[in-house]
Design a protein around this ligand. Structure first.
Ligand code: PLP
Length: 424
């Protein structure tokens, strides 16, 4: 198909994420991708400042990841997981348990981040039921979060102005604490700590679990908070028999400078959700990890009632094993630190520029918050003109590049962000 034919058929038939039909502005046609570059159908090459929604941490067409998929394809692409098991899934579960914070020992493989959150919630509801507290059905969280697009995840996104606020009348009514104050460093705010504890304690008898994104709230607003609040949540939930879920779908596998963001706080949740970078962005796979206590509680009362058709897909598990192998054998922490430095040096000067409300950088995440809603089409086109792929949203122009992005390409991404800020 020619690029024009692709765009015409796309406009006629294809629904894009968070878009009307047809979308407000046409998508760019991408032909191929290699390293950190996307190649558009018109021949332009863009450094990918988004890692394909934060997943492609090793870049595209990585020889080790390509080989993992093709080798596995030679054995089997998929088999059902009910009554069957296979080495790729078992190796993956073992590695995840080794990498995750201590105490998480059981792994449920899911197809997407949203579904892993559904599974995590189901684990907690089922555990509370199985251990004699069926009245504990609600979830607690803080405002400003994002946990996915299916119904339980939507119910713990921000109900006021968050992506799913339209669904307020349909979603289960959850318990919300205020948005954590901004700032990863410095001193935590004792007033916020009290508000957090109060919100949980006031509803303790109804809460099955509290779910939060540790350290970075991603699609809900790209905000960073102090790790201390995670310790506070760990204590108050434990004291009241409430389970704690950390959603590390965005932060897991090194994005914030530690393998998991939970490590900044030194706490282990009862359930951990991972996805996105799990397969290096190659295939759709996520997981919910839980403690032996949860597994025992649920299993004493019956089975964990979940089992998607493509559970444990061998191709996805094989490439996840290869991706985690690359992380374990390479210097991802050094690269993330270098990217952090490059983003800090490059983006900090934008603080105080016209239209800029805030600049923040943590690990391989750089965010410029504007004092107005971004003009998406204009900002994107301005970055593309600089040879950079960005996908701003709301008042945010941000980058989460692949860890293999070198210093020169980090500088190019900074140039793209600057251009988008000026245009947006
Ligand atoms: N949780 C977090 C923190 C996320 O950032 C996302 C996606 O952006 C999700 C859950 C949903 O994951 P998925 O898009 O794979 O369903």
């Amino acid at each position: 198909m020619t690029p024009e034919e692709i765009l015409a058929a796309d406009r006629a038939h294809v629904w894009h994420p968070y878009a009307a039909l047809p979308p407000a502005s046409p998508p760019y046609v991408v032909e191929s991708a290699a390293g950190v570059r996307l190649r558009l159908a018109d021949g332009r090459e863009l450094v990918d400042g988004m890692s394909s929604w934060w997943a492609a941490i090793h870049g595209y067409r990585h020889p080790v990841l390509d080989a993992a998929v093709t080798d596995q394809l030679g054995r089997m692409s998929h088999v059902m997981f009910g009554g069957l098991t296979h080495e790729p899934a078992v190796r993956l579960a073992t590695t995840l348990v080794e990498l995750a914070p201590d105490g998480l020992e059981h792994v449920f493989l899911a197809d997407s981040g949203s579904v892993s959150v559904e599974v995590a919630v189901k684990m907690c509801l089922q555990y509370q039921r199985a251990t004699g507290r069926p009245e504990r059905r609600r979830l607690g969280t803080w405002r400003g979060g994002y946990h996915g697009d299916t119904f339980h995840p939507m119910s713990v996104c921000d109900p006021d102005g968050g992506m799913h606020h339209l669904w307020g009348d349909v979603l289960p009514r959850q318990v919300f604490a205020p948005v954590p104050p901004g700032g990863f460093d410095g001193l935590p705010d004792p007033a916020y700590e009290r508000a957090l504890v109060d919100a949980v304690e006031r509803h303790a008898d109804e809460l099955a679990a509290v779910i939060v994104e540790p350290v970075v709230q991603g699609a809900g607003g790209m905000r960073f908070h102090h790790p201390h609040y995670l310790r506070v949540l760990r204590e108050v939930t434990r004291a009241h028999g409430i389970l704690l879920i950390f959603d590390e779908i965005a932060t897991g596998f090194g994005r914030t400078g530690t393998m998991f963001a939970a490590e900044h706080a030194g706490v282990t949740p009862d359930v951990l959700c991972v996805g996105k970078a799990l397969t290096g962005g190659y295939l759709t796979l996520a997981a919910a990890l839980c403690t032996p206590e949860i597994a025992r509680g649920i299993s004493a009362g019956g089975v964990l009632a979940h089992g998607p058709t493509f559970m444990g897909n061998p191709l996805a598990c094989a490439v996840a094993n290869a991706s985690l192998g690359l992380l374990r054998s390479g210097d991802w922490a050094g690269r993330v630190a270098a990217i952090e430095e490059g983003l800090r040096v490059g983006l900090e000067p934008l603080r105080g520029a016209p239209g800029v409300a805030d600049v923040r950088v943590l690990g391989a995440i750089g965010v410029v918050q504007l004092d107005h809603e971004v003009d998406l089409a204009r900002a994107t086109a301005a970055a593309v003109a600089q040879g950079v792929w960005l996908r701003p949203f709301r008042d945010l122009i941000y980058t989460m590049p692949p860890y293999v992005t070198d210093d020169a390409d980090v500088a190019r991404i900074v140039g793209g962000v600057e251009a988008a800020v000026k245009a947006g």
